[in-house]
Design a protein. Structure first.
Length: 265
């Protein structure tokens, strides 16, 4: 089976002494992919606010680092409410990025802020997927709860939206409502197997997604390096052990993601 994983954070080697910066390098990701037989991965560098790396554009750094890596596909990281966000998005997509990762809590923007409309319109016109981090993560819940994505999806019906972590444990059913209401939304199941983090997704909830949303709209994400190589192995094994046809497993483990990215080709 060809596996194409979503949601891999990568950082410059020597960025800082934090464990995630040391582990989350491109060489380490490639070693993990080779070890597990993973064919391709989506990568992004969300470096905004990192004190030791504020003077360098994370998107430009990433593009330079992976220009010879045919199996690593970059998502840009832009704050969608910034004045020139739509212009930046068009620039980076033209340079080779194939989607965008948005983290409302870290980037400090409200999901349905009118100031983000130009960005969402540009993404819809470019036919690229937007990946939104969801789930309890500090800051004001009213600014990033999953239900706000219903408004974005309704206003932009041709925009593919990946709701990462499916709202986490606390907002799962709110996310389920958004998924059922909007066929352009996808359930991102990154880092959902660990019980010690807010993104935990019990097996019965994964089965609910398969039954009520469909395997055609579920996308596996690794959340590397926050999820280490052994954790990713466990995730993939869990999906392969699901009592569903092999073609549905293949869709979850990369087929759906490849289809969304290909739309931009």
């Amino acid at each position: 089976m060809r596996v194409f994983i979503n949601h891999c954070h990568v950082y410059p080697e020597g960025l800082c002494q934090e464990w995630w910066a040391k582990e989350g390098t491109i060489p380490n990701l490639k070693k993990c992919m080779e070890k597990l037989g993973i064919e391709k991965a989506v990568v992004f560098a969300l470096l905004k606010g990192t004190p030791s790396f504020t003077s360098i554009d994370a998107n430009e750094w990433l593009l330079k680092k992976i220009q010879k890596e045919n199996n690593l596909h970059p998502f840009t990281t832009i704050v969608p409410t910034e004045k020139d966000a739509a212009k930046k998005l068009r620039k980076y997509i033209a340079k080779g990025f194939v989607g965008a990762k948005l983290h409302p809590e870290v980037q400090r923007f409200q999901i349905n802020d009118p100031a983000a409309e130009d960005f969402y319109t540009a993404a819809e016109e470019l036919r690229i997927p937007l990946l939104f981090h969801t789930g309890v993560h500090g800051w004001y819940l009213k600014k990033y709860r999953p239900i706000l994505l219903d408004e974005v999806a309704q206003n932009h019906p041709n925009l593919s939206i990946i709701i990462e972590h499916v709202g986490g444990y606390a907002f799962f059913y709110e996310t389920l409502a958004v998924l059922q209401n909007n066929k352009n939304c996808y359930a991102g199941i990154a880092q959902t197997r660990r019980k010690d983090i807010p993104w935990y997704l019990p097996l019965e909830r994964l089965n609910i997604l398969i039954e009520m949303v469909g395997a055609e709209r579920i996308i596996y994400g690794a959340d590397f390096p926050w999820n280490n190589c052994e954790g990713i192995r466990t995730d993939i094994e869990a999906i392969n052990n699901l009592d569903i046809p092999s073609e549905k497993k293949e869709k979850i483990l990369g087929g759906n993601l490849a289809r969304l990215i290909k739309k931009n080709g």
